[in-house]
Structures are given as structure tokens and as C-alpha cells.
Design a protein around this ligand. Structure first.
Ligand SMILES: [Zn+2]
Length: 727
């Protein structure tokens, strides 16, 4: 379909269709009905936008979310497409004007909310439009909102079947990112799409790296995770309660992370303001309950972190799916512990729902717990939930660092028998105390020092016992009596294990040293130092431009496009135009500004003009020439970038560490080096130093001598200077 492809190239600036896009567009442009199931970030909107342009008349898009409509219309307008929305956020005059333009054939695409579409007056208007200038198609986005069992249920969606009756012959396309077969069947039935062709895409999001860690001190773990590759990047942190959302946001801010809270308890204005800042500014971390997220179509969210367990795999997949919609590397990270499982069980039990619903909720939780305790590829398990078979992925924590397993049969029997002998009335903490042979008041009060299981587990550490109990609960050998203060009880499954009829393999808790990967997860990760500098300059330019236009930054260009420009540093319009993500309209609007930026950058860095986009920006490392740095500092920087530590560089060059740190400070000041990459301290150690430096800062100037003395000379001045650069 050469016409669709040339629209994609020229208007949207992308070289090729992905997945089922081309087939869907072909089918709908030819007048067929379709049901498209695609994961978030799979490029859903092109599937109705391009057919709307190919067919005569206007494409009518039904969307449940006003914020999403606004962003899509802004993005289309940037591309030179005539698009508008009609919704309740507009004045009567503006809505009236939009309706007149619609009748006059002034739009290629129009976005409406379902409740507006269903108004008799609006349907009558659409019937006139269908006569003249014509309706190209109806697109029903977020079609899973028809499902009464889903948590996004919108009653108006069910009535959308009337489109089939009132507008026969106009193609309809329903789209969703919710995959399970029941929902699919409901969409077909309720939207009268029995004759629609179904396009089911793979639900794999290969660019997302899944990681589930044992919860120890969740916030510090989160901070480490953010600092290790996600500083100044956009992310979402999900917490269960409003209180925890607030506390976590405050805590992150205190530790230098640009975090904002979002939950249903905040007033509407604050929520809107925070959401707006998240969408429009670079590098905001939104700390939120699951009230936040639906309708967030920000492409460059680099991570989604869970501090609490979601309710189901479906929920987990939907929430983590908000990361990396631009297809660039992103992380899904979760800290999980036994208390999370207990808390979720309690919430289900204490809920108002009937027994059948509770049973379903427990089953969903079990499936999620099995994912958390998995010793095999996480992605395989996730995709299996969507009935999709796949090989081990190579991009999850299990594939990257396979967990050790051990024969836990004996430990499990000890644990189960200790639960039994203490009459199934105690929580995990006490049972572990008994196993370890602790002698405390509570033990004596119950006479548990006389139990045969007292002290039989001394050769296993307390942490390891916690991991054993967590797995026994997750695997269904122990139940947690949520009404009885978390007392552990044996489940029927425990019997064969206790009787020695069954063996059990457990995962070993891995004491992980924080591996300093110091990677940047986003699309800029492959750039050299000069490229990184240009990338940051382009981001600054984009921020200003977006502000002038009053749109989110990514509407101007995605990060991936900026990274493409930074890698190629094009000096002529032809090369610039071939970079993915730059269509004709954007080239016309922004080409000159971008070329001017690149030319200035190239002159400053002494770059030779590239004929085509440079593939791998590696050549510069061989001859370290960093503008603003003298040769010796430049050499230090190039060695650091090879992965040497400050101490190693000092040894290699027979220089003092202080000298090397001085080089680092110069490079940091020029934006060529991230202080995180050279400070060899754990966050816990950095914190008190930062606090001491902040105290100095409050006196007006940063004097490092008092800080140096505070820590009795333990930290080199150069190192302190680098720490100060974190502020
Ligand atoms: Zn994997």
C-alpha cells in the first residue's frame, strides 16, 4: 500500500510500519471493520489516523479521556493534520465553532467523548456530516471500557453499538491494549463487531526490562534504582495508599529527586497541575496510587516502579506498560516481600465483595505471587498469562542473573512443623524466633523454649528464613490468617511435604552487591560525550519550543529522534530529514533551528560533517579531545569512560587521587561527566556528606573545609567536590 507508506514517511516521518499496522490500515482503508489488540506503545493511533487521511471525509475518534484527546490533537496539529476535539472542557461558543468547521469539511480527524457522541443532537449532526463532507471511519479507542468486569468500565461504551445501526457502511475500528480472551469476546458482542477482522498483536514489550527484588528497605532500594541509570528521567512510582504516596514523594524530594504526588485524595487542581508537569517537563517522577495512569500517553517514561504489590498480573502489566512507549529501553522494577502478600490477602478478605469475587481475587493474587517467586523468565510467565508462548527473553532479572536454587525440603519441613507445634497462632516473626532458638520474653511467656523445634534452625540466617517463609506462603503451603493478626496456618498442600513424600526446591536469596552499571537507560545511552552534550542541548531547545507552543515536549520530538539527531549531528537538511521521527512538516518548522544548533555544536567540537547518520558513535573515544578540558583532564575522562574508577586512573597515571578528582570536577562542570559515575560511595554514605554540604550552602557559600573536618579527613577534598556537584 504505497500511499499509506508515503503518508507514514512524509507526514509522520517514520520509515516503516510495525507489526500489524500495515495490515490493519489496509483493511480499514478498504472499508472493513476491525478489532485491533495491541500492547500499549504498539502504535495504535496510526491504525485509524492514516485510514482517516486515506478515505474521504472525517475520521471520528471516540476516546474516553479528555487529557489524551488534547495531546493527540496537539500532536496531529504539529504534523500539519487538521484535527480537533469536541468535549465538555470547551465553551459553548468554541464547541459550536468546531461543529461548523466539521460540517464544512475542515477536519481530517475529530475526537469526541462517548457521552457527547451519544447526545441525540450530536448524532443528528453526524448524520449531516455523513451526507456531506462524509465520515471516513469510526475509531473506538480503549474499547475494553465496554467490559463490566474490567475496572475501566464506562456504561456509555455499551451504547456505541448504535453506530453500526445508524451508520451502516462506514467502517468501524475498535482498539484496546487489554488482552484477555473474555474481554475480547465482550467487545465483539457489545460493539456488534461480529464481522470485524481481528488483529491480535504480540503483547511482548521487549524494550521493558522486568526486575523484582526482595524488599528490604524499600525506599533506599528505590533510590538506588533511580540513581543507577534513571537520574533526571521521567518515571512513575506506584504505592498502595495515599499516605505512602505523600511520604514517598517527600522523601524522594529530600534526596534530590524531582518527585510529585498524585492520588484521588488531592484536590482536582493539584492533581491537574501535577499531571501537567509530569507530561510537560522533563525528568519528573510521579509518585502515585493506581488512580494515576490511564490516559497517560507520555512516550518517554523510562521506568515504572512498584513499592507495593499490584492486585493481579493484568494490573501489573498495564501499569508497567506505561514505561517505554517510545520503544526505547525502559525498566519495570518492583520491591516485594511477604508483608505485601499478607496485606493484599487482608484487603481482599476485608472487602465487601461476595465469596465468588473474593475467590477470584485470591486466585489472581496467587498468579502474581508465582510471578514474583518465579525461578524462570519473568516475561515468559507474563506472556503465558496472555496465552502467548515465548522463549526466555534475556532481558529480565531472572535471565540476566539466574537465581541460585537449593534443596529446601528440610528447611521447609522445619518451618512447617514449627508452625504446627506453636499451634498455628503466631506470625512469621515469632516462628522464626523459635526456629533460631531466641530467648525472649514472648518465647518464655508461651513456653516455646520447650518446643522440639526451638533452635533447630540455627544454621540458617534470619533473612534466609524470611525468604523461606515468603516462598512457602507464595507457593501455597502456608496460609496467612488475615483475620488472626497474620498467624500462619498449614494448608492442605503442606501435608505431603511434612510427611516427607515430596521435595521442594527454593530460590536462594542473593545478597547482591550493587553492580554499578552506570548505564543511561534511555535512547541517549549509545551516544559519546559530545553526542550527550548535543542531546542535552536539543532537550533544552525542545523544552523552550514546547513552552512557546503550549504542548508537551514529546509532541515536538521524541527522545529517540533527538538522540538520532545528536548521533548524526547533521549539517544539511537532507541528512536531517532522513532521521526517523522527522516528517516534512516538522522539517519545515524546525529544520533551520535544528541545523543551527548542530552547526554551532559541530564547530565547537570540531566535528567533521557526516554524510549519513553516523551508526555507532564510538570513533571519538580513540582520540580524546574534549572542548574546555586540557589534555591531561581529557585523558582522565577517557579512562573513566572506559570504566576505570578514580583510584584505578590514579594508579594507571601515577597521579594522586586528588588530581584525578580535580579533573572529574572540571568534566562535571562542563556537563561531560555524571558525578554519580565517579563517587565510589553507597547512597547511605553519601547522604550525611550531602547534609553537611547543604548546611554550608545555607551559610551562603559552599566551604568544604568544615565538611572535610566534620568527617575527620576521611574523604578526599576532590571527592567532596564531586559530591557537592550532585546538588
Ligand atoms: Zn527473561
Amino acid at each position: 500500500m504505497p500511499q499509506a507508506l508515503s503518508l507514514l514517511n512524509e507526514i509522520f516521518g517514520y520509515p516503516a510500519f510495525r507489526g500489524h499496522q500495515a495490515a490493519i490500515i489496509d483493511h480499514v482503508a478498504g472499508g472493513g471493520d476491525a478489532l485491533a489488540l495491541m500492547p500499549t506503545g504498539g502504535g495504535k493511533s496510526l491504525c485509524y489516523q492514516i485510514p482517516s487521511l486515506l478515505r474521504s471525509g472525517v475520521g471520528v475518534v471516540v476516546s474516553p479521556l479528555i487529557a489524551l484527546m488534547h495531546d493527540q490533537v496537539a500532536a496531529l496539529t504539529e504534523l500539519g493534520i487538521r484535527a480537533a476535539y469536541i468535549n465538555s472542557s470547551m465553551s459553548i461558543e468554541d464547541a459550536g465553532a468546531a461543529e461548523r468547521t466539521l460540517l464544512a469539511g475542515g477536519y481530517d480527524l475529530i475526537y469526541v467523548a462517548p457521552e457527547r457522541l451519544l447526545l441525540p443532537r450530536f448524532l443528528a449532526l453526524l448524520e449531516r456530516v455523513a451526507q456531506q463532507p462524509g465520515i471516513a471511519l469510526f475509531a473506538i479507542d480503549e474499547a475494553h471500557c465496554v467490559s463490566q468486569w474490567g475496572h475501566d468500565f464506562r456504561p456509555e461504551y455499551i451504547k456505541l453499538s448504535l453506530l453500526a445501526e445508524r451508520f451502516p457502511g462506514i467502517p468501524r475500528i475498535a482498539l484496546t491494549a487489554t488482552a484477555d480472551p473474555e474481554t475480547r469476546a465482550e467487545i465483539v458482542e457489545k460493539l456488534s463487531l461480529e464481522n470485524a477482522r481481528q488483529f491480535v498483536s504480540s503483547f511482548d514489550r521487549p524494550n521493558i526490562r522486568y526486575r523484582i527484588v526482595d524488599k528490604a528497605s524499600a525506599r533506599s532500594q528505590l533510590l538506588d534504582f533511580i540513581r543507577d541509570g534513571h537520574l533526571n528521567e521521567a518515571g512513575i512510582v506506584y504505592c498502595l495508599s495515599r499516605k505512602k504516596v505523600e511520604e514517598t514523594a517527600e522523601w524522594l524530594v529530600r534526596h534530590g529527586i524531582n518527585a510529585l504526588p498524585y492520588h484521588a485524595g488531592l484536590d482536582a487542581a493539584t492533581r491537574r497541575r501535577n499531571q501537567d508537569r509530569f507530561l510537560r517537563e522533563d525528568g519528573i517522577v510521579m509518585t502515585a496510587t493506581i488512580a494515576f495512569g490511564m490516559g497517560i500517553d507520555k512516550p518517554d517514561v523510562r521506568f515504572v516502579a512498584h513499592l507495593d504489590l499490584p492486585k493481579s498480573i493484568e494490573g501489573y502489566y498495564q501499569e508497567t506498560g506505561r514505561a517505554g512507549r517510545d520503544g526505547e529501553p525502559a525498566d519495570a522494577w518492583m520491591a516485594y516481600g511477604l508483608a505485601d502478600a499478607v496485606q493484599q490477602r487482608r484487603m481482599i478478605e476485608e472487602g465487601e465483595a461476595d465469596i465468588a469475587f473474593k475467590r477470584l481475587a485470591h486466585a489472581r493474587l496467587d498468579e502474581l505471587l508465582a510471578l514474583c517467586e518465579s525461578a524462570t523468565c519473568r516475561r515468559q510467565r507474563l506472556l503465558a498469562h496472555f496465552a502467548e508462548a515465548s522463549p526466555p527473553c534475556g532481558n529480565c532479572d531472572i535471565c540476566l542473573e539466574p537465581p541460585e536454587t537449593w534443596d529446601g525440603t528440610e528447611a521447609a519441613r522445619q518451618a512447617l512443623s514449627c508452625v504446627y507445634r506453636s499451634e498455628q497462632r503466631f506470625g512469621v516473626g515469632h516462628v522464626i524466633d523459635v526456629l533460631l532458638g531466641h530467648d525472649n520474653e514472648r518465647i518464655r511467656q508461651w513456653g516455646h523454649q520447650k518446643l522440639s523445634t526451638w533452635g533447630i534452625g540455627k544454621d540458617i540466617s534470619e533473612k534466609e528464613w524470611r525468604a523461606v517463609f515468603r516462598q512457602l506462603v507464595a507457593l501455597g503451603y502456608l496460609d496467612v490468617d488475615v483475620g488472626g493478626f497474620g498467624a500462619l496456618k498449614l494448608s492442605p498442600a503442606a501435608r505431603p511435604l511434612l510427611k516427607g513424600e515430596q521435595t521442594l526446591t527454593l530460590r536462594r536469596r542473593v545478597e547482591k552487591k550493587t553492580v554499578k552499571e552506570s548505564r543511561r537507560a534511555g535512547p541517549a545511552q549509545a551516544l559519546d560525550a559530545a553526542g550527550q552534550t548535543l542531546f542535552e542541548r536539543l532537550r533544552a531547545w525542545r523544552f523552550d519550543t514546547a513552552k512557546v507552543h503550549g504542548v508537551p515536549a514529546y509532541v515536538i520530538f521524541h527522545d529517540a529522534t533527538l538522540a538520532g539527531i545528536a548521533a548524526a549531528c547533521p549539517r544539511d537538511i537532507g541528512v536531517l530529514g532522513r532521521i526517523p521521527g522527522i516528517g516534512a512538516k516538522k522539517l519545515e518548522h524546525y529544520g533551520d533551528a535544528l541545523l543551527a544548533l548542530c552547526q554551532a555544536h559541530a564547530a565547537e567540537f570540531g566535528l567533521v560533517a557526516a554524510v549519513a547518520p553516523a551508526p555507532a558513535p564510538a570513533a571519538a573515544a580513540a582520540t580524546p579531545a574534549y572542548p574546555g578540558l586540557n589534555d591531561t583532564a581529557g585523558l582522565t575522562l577517557s579512562l573513566l569512560q572506559e570504566g576505570l574508577s578514580v583510584a584505578e586512573v590514579a594508579a594507571r597515571r601515577s597521579l594522586k587521587e586528588t588530581t584525578i578528582y580535580a579533573h572529574c570536577c572540571e568534566a562535571i562542570a562542563l556537563g561531560l561527566l555524571d558525578p554519580q559515575d565517579v563517587i565510589p560511595l553507597d547512597p547511605e554514605e553519601i547522604e550525611p556528606i550531602l547534609a553537611a554540604i547543604r548546611e554550608q550552602q545555607e551559610t551562603g557559600e559552599i566551604r568544604l573545609k568544615p565538611v572535610f573536618e566534620r568527617f575527620a579527613g576521611h574523604y578526599d577534598y576532590g571527592l567532596l567536590r564531586c559530591v557537592a556537584a550532585l546538588l
